[in-house]
Ligand binder design. Structure first.
Ligand code: LMR
Length: 333
């Protein structure tokens, strides 16, 4: 009799737990970013949302807000710190005000190619930089790619650095990018990504620097059709969350999310490579676009002109960090 009662109570308890857990509210992750959906970051954010839902059986729901519909990047970082959103993926340059050392990724001609870049990013230098996020209440989860940048402007073809003289270029808020355009004799102007098209259209700026994916999806080539394949610098991202939020997640859920971050990162990087080729071809298909491909000798002139800015950043980024990044790429052609 007592055993029967105990069994009945147990069954009741188990069903109660089941009912309560099936009605428990999911954890919501608001993920804000500024680019179009059809970009490596846009697609990977959607992919991340999909696998998180599947693998947590709906216990965690990621809501993605693309195209700066919630915040531009600067506001997104502040919103993250305040807990208004839980994830973002700003370009590394956007963290300059919080983590100046991250400007390493903006240094022109620092990375020999994607192989060198990933070696630095995934090695000790990249880890050291990610570790700095905690001191700002943030947690850098992974580096996501976009790609190497091309110049585009609406005045005239650019072949050599001297052709940039007097032009106004839109930049992200990075001192390195500012110094880069000054070294070219151009005027850099900080503007949010969402304002670039209209700034080009209205003559607020004459040009900008972007990887192909952003140039194509935001149609900047329509208003800045002289493209130059300098590939002088890199644009990539840090997938970032609020440290307190992440630490407060149930350990099992956190482990699943860490796996999702790993898989979404691999997906994103592969996509970035594929889309760069595909979207370059789409931009060049437009008959208005006049593209300049540099010879190795011309590119060497750009390199020599731009690496001269490095010493200005020895203090803020760390001379040792820059030298370590160069050393890590030794042997890469
Ligand atoms: C920019 O402002 O140019 C970038 O942050 C855009 C991007 O790819 O996120």
């Amino acid at each position: 009799m007592r055993r029967g009662l105990l069994q009945a109570v147990m069954v009741l308890l188990v069903s109660l737990v089941f009912v309560v857990s099936s009605f428990a509210k999911p954890i919501i992750i608001k993920f804000s970013h500024v680019v179009a959906v059809d970009t490596p970051k846009g697609k990977a954010a959607e992919y991340f949302a999909k696998i998180v839902k599947e693998r947590t059986h709906g216990k965690v729901i990621v809501k993605v807000y693309p195209n700066a519909m919630l915040y531009d990047d600067r506001a997104a970082i502040e919103a993250l710190q305040m807990g208004a959103i839980q994830m973002a993926c700003p370009a590394t340059a956007k963290f300059t005000g919080w983590i100046p050392e991250i400007q390493l990724f903006d240094l022109p001609f620092l990375f020999k190619n994607s192989e060198g870049l990933h070696k630095v990013m995934d090695g000790p230098v990249g880890k050291k930089i990610l570790n700095l996020f905690r001191r700002k209440g943030l947690l850098g989860l992974a580096y996501w790619d976009n790609g190497f940048k091309v110049l585009s402007n609406n005045k005239h073809p650019i072949v050599l650095p001297k052709d940039c003289k007097g032009l106004k270029f839109r930049i992200m808020s990075s001192r390195v990018l500012e110094a880069q355009f000054k070294a070219l004799g151009a005027s850099p102007q900080v503007l949010p990504f969402s304002e670039v098209y209209s700034a080009l259209e209205q003559g607020v700026v004459d040009g900008c620097e972007n990887p192909w994916s952003n140039l194509y999806t935001k149609k900047f080539y329509e208003v800045a059709p002289y493209t130059t394949e300098t590939y002088h610098g890199y644009l990539g991202y840090v997938l970032v969350t609020n440290a307190k939020f992440w630490d407060s997640l149930p350990p099992k859920i956190r482990k699943i999310l860490e796996g999702c971050v790993r898989d979404a990162t691999a997906y994103e990087r592969k996509l970035a490579e594929e889309l760069a080729k595909k979207q370059r071809a789409l931009v060049l298909k437009d008959p208005k676009v006049k593209d300049v491909v540099l010879t190795p000798a011309q590119r060497e002139i750009w390199r020599k002109t731009l690496v001269k800015i490095y010493p200005k950043f020895y203090k803020v980024i760390g001379k040792d960090l820059i030298e370590e990044a160069i050393k890590e790429q030794q042997g890469i052609k």
